[in-house]
Design a binder for this molecule. Sequence first.
Ligand code: NAD
Length: 677
Amino acid sequence: MTTSMNPDELKAFQLEIAGGIPTPLPEASPRSASLSHAPVRKDILTPAEKELALRNALRYFPVETHPVLALEFAQELKDYGRIYMYRLRPKHPVFARPIEAYPARCQQAAAIMLMIQNNLDPAVAQHPEELITYGGNGGVFQNWAQYRLTMHYLCQMTEEQTLAMYSGHPMGLFPSHKDAPRVVVTNGMVIPNYSKPDDWERMNAMGVSQYGQMTAGSYMYIGPQGIVHGTTITVLNAVRMNDKTGTGPAGKLFVTAGLGGMSGAQPKAGNIAGVVSVTAEVNPDAAYKRHEQGWVDHVVTDVEELAKRVRRSVEAKEAVSYAYLGNVVDVWEEFDRADLFVDLGSDQTSLHNPWAGGYYPAGLSFEASNEMMAHKPEEFAEHVRESLRRHADAVNKHTARGTYFFDYGNAFLLEASRSGADIMNEDGTGFRYPSYVQDIMGPMCFDFGFGPFRWVCASGEAADLELTDAIACEVLEDLKKEAPAEIQQQMDDNIRWIKGAQANRLVVGSQARILYADALGRMKIAKAFNDAIAQGRLAGPVVLGRDHHDVSGTDSPFRETSNIYDGSAFTADMAVQNFAGDAFRGATWISLHNGGGVGWGEVVNGGFGMLIDGSADAERRLTSMLHWDVNNGIARRSWARNEGAEWAIQRAMQQEPLLKVTLPAHADDGLIADALK
Ligand SMILES: NC(=O)c1ccc[n+]([C@@H]2O[C@H](COP(=O)([O-])OP(=O)(O)OC[C@H]3O[C@@H](n4cnc5c(N)ncnc54)[C@H](O)[C@@H]3O)[C@@H](O)[C@H]2O)c1
């Protein structure tokens, strides 16, 4: 709480945050040895581009500092492949403070600063000193000058201004109006023909573009709980779908990979779902960190011992999670040799970023891989391709025996296919395995409007989070009484989740919560929060938001829109419409990104943040914006002839007479075939 914060520290923090780029410059100091650092990026720039990178970095600073900084930044570019401007790291510890700690001229700006700091908090962020929140390359800013300048602008901003954020760079404050977004964020928006992974490497190294992932570059990441919930829903429903014997989850085996930012949620979700899970992880820091945090029960380093212990757990029908410290390909191959039946399989290595540390190839140690990707990138890429072919072969052996394998939105199937792996279906028109959105998230959640609604209590008080949990639960229980059969399971899963949320101790960083709700649920919960703020039951305002991985925010043909079958999966109108529509309906900030989840060039996604403060204005905005923010996507999914969405949009039109959506007519199959004869 601000009141309990040391007044001197608070003052120093406020001065530093408002001060922008300091003069004189702070002393240079080495990178922290105790924090995880981003992998060294490959040396991709031509000599002329390196000059540009340096010139670009120096434009943030007065010319008299250039002689010192030019040498320092040139060295950073050489050592790390990027210019992070480590010297500019702030003296204040970075974490989400209570909203009143921010020296702002409007509360909306203070809320945005709170969320930015949460995304860079070392307890939350993956590589905090490189300003990377998750996913290996999901950046909030490209360098520390951008952080300082952005905070400076936000401290000055009034409700008559909007800050334009170009891929981490604060272009400036522009006059606008009270109902406009305070910040408009774009990340990685490029001319479509220049959207290959190496284009990102080049533009990011020159300091002109960044990969914002989904919630990193939009300041809406809330730590691993965001993903625990989605992963639990996915694993629960995958188990339900594959419970052919009706015996439930006990004794079912789930094999996957990745204990990183998002993937680290898999073992916890496996435990909540009641299965035996094995998650391979090559990075010892990641594996032991998750073990220490209690997210995975056991770490095993020998693959044969792993097979034996797993067999015993399956037989004993335990709900238990194993981390295997090593390559996932070795697990699939060993379990095949040991004749161990795997019920469910997936993968959450970071294949959206295959050449720069997202995927570690089998047969190469972790250290050797890191060395090779920085210094012999072509050779490393060949190892990755070879490993993906081997990986797919091993998975195929299991699925031939009945394993249900699904792509977990990490571009596994896409990159495996590009590597020539045996992963295509018989007629070669698509992949042999579904994505989790095709089979699970799409038809069960997104088509009905259910998605990852979230909120952050800006007071920073745990009591506020507890009260919002209780309010949300009450709203859902009320809605469930009237809810049609089609969405009862969704309501049940989320009521159970919110009831267990406090006990599961999911908060890392800000006082945040996530649950899946449809438009009506989101609007009613948000309105109930707004009332509670107005009544003084909550100590402070609340920030509403969501993951971009949602009904309407993301066009991603290999993930969020992989269950769109009318040929429009490769269009991005929905995400762009969503961004624009949220802006003029009252969002406090909005973001639109190229890349996120499945990789640069593969997806366009957007999101919002909205501060609600108990006012009538807040109620007007939340009602208008949340309604659009969900129903836009349902309308598009319905137009694509998705059954659940056709049902959901008609229900939405009955609830809101101002909503008028074009509905599809279904042509007869025989008629089409005859017409084309
Ligand atoms: N959880 C979700 O719901 C969800 C949804 C969509 C997409 N994803 C995708 O999942 C991927 C993972 O996300 P993240 O935030 O956890 O990324 P991350 O980079 O933090 O974690 C991935 C982990 O995989 C490990 N790894 C890489 N290759 C390996 C191998 N061959 N064997 C064993 N371990 C290996 C890495 O060491 C790393 O710790 C991303 O591509 C993300 O977009 C997750």
